[in-house]
Design a protein around this ligand. Structure first.
Ligand SMILES: [Zn+2]
Length: 275
């Protein structure tokens, strides 16, 4: 996992997809500090609560997949697919429910997007996701083995699609038919609200295509990364972003001058990945 992270950072230096706004060093330190707080929540809360649910699922045969006749390999693969699908819905809720958005906002107000952003989730967001994940595991019927496999895949996936790597567009278009890629997720991190409210998948692209929430036709050089109401570097210092969910919230979709950023692209090309 650590090796994947280092490899992504080296590739980001060699072939960056978008130009940096803030200093890479400052952002990496800031995002790593958030990651340390999150790692504490994962170690103290997530792991002690989540794994026992998966063990109970296996022992008591709870959940959908353990109650339908399926070969074991199918069961393991479907558990990962259904976890991915229900993560799509969790991501939608993070954006739609104000009480969750104020935490997820901390991830989105990063003024650049790279592999370090993949580690920058407010500890409150991680804590709030625990009941959802317990429900996912119990309802789907996720065993400890399937959970461990999904956790590794999910982590690799978010590292990859947050990274600032310029893949050849032809390669990325092929990959993007199956999984979320850096250009696709870059559009989700745009300051244009219609683009933030799109591309919610975090593993398979399928879910956005299925729900009509894929928006792929935005060229990367036209994207401004971040959230409209928090464009100033002084808005996103370490202390401010840790405290951000607990204080008053700005109307996030509006620029400081009051207008909402917009972009008009033909709907017909929405599912063709732009360069
Ligand atoms: Zn998001």
């Amino acid at each position: 996992m650590g090796a994947a992270f280092v490899a992504l950072i080296l590739l980001e230096r060699r072939r960056p997809l978008r130009a940096d706004v803030e200093s890479k060093l400052v952002r990496t330190i800031r995002n790593s500090a958030i990651a340390v707080l999150s790692a504490l929540v994962v170690a103290r809360l997530d792991r002690p609560l989540i794994m026992p649910v998966a063990r109970a699922v296996e022992r008591r045969r709870w959940g959908l997949l353990l109650n339908v006749p399926l070969p074991a390999a199918w069961r393991g693969a479907l558990a990962i697919v259904l976890l991915d699908y229900t993560m799509y819905h969790w991501h939608v809720l993070l954006h739609r429910i104000p009480g969750l958005w104020r935490f997820h906002l901390v991830h989105h107000v990063d003024l650049d997007l790279d592999a370090s952003t993949a580690l920058r989730f407010h500890f409150g967001e991680l804590a709030l996701s625990i009941p959802w994940r317990m429900a996912q595991i119990a309802a789907i019927g996720v065993t400890p083995a399937a959970l461990t496999r999904w956790q590794a895949l999910f982590f690799l996936s978010i590292l990859f699609h947050h990274s600032n790597i310029r893949l050849p567009i032809e390669v990325e278009r092929v990959l993007n038919r199956f999984v979320v890629t850096p250009r696709m997720h870059g559009i989700h991190h745009s300051i244009v609200p219609d683009e933030t409210n799109a591309n919610w998948s975090s593993g398979l692209t399928l879910w956005d295509l299925l729900h009509g929430t894929a928006r792929l036709n935005v060229p990367q050089e036209e994207i401004v990364i971040g959230v409209a109401a928090y464009r100033d570097p002084t808005d996103v210092t370490l202390g401010k972003i840790i405290a951000q969910p607990f204080g008053p919230q700005r109307p996030w979709a509006r620029l400081p001058a009051g207008e909402e950023p917009q972009r008009h692209l033909p709907v017909a090309t929405a599912t063709r990945l732009a360069s």
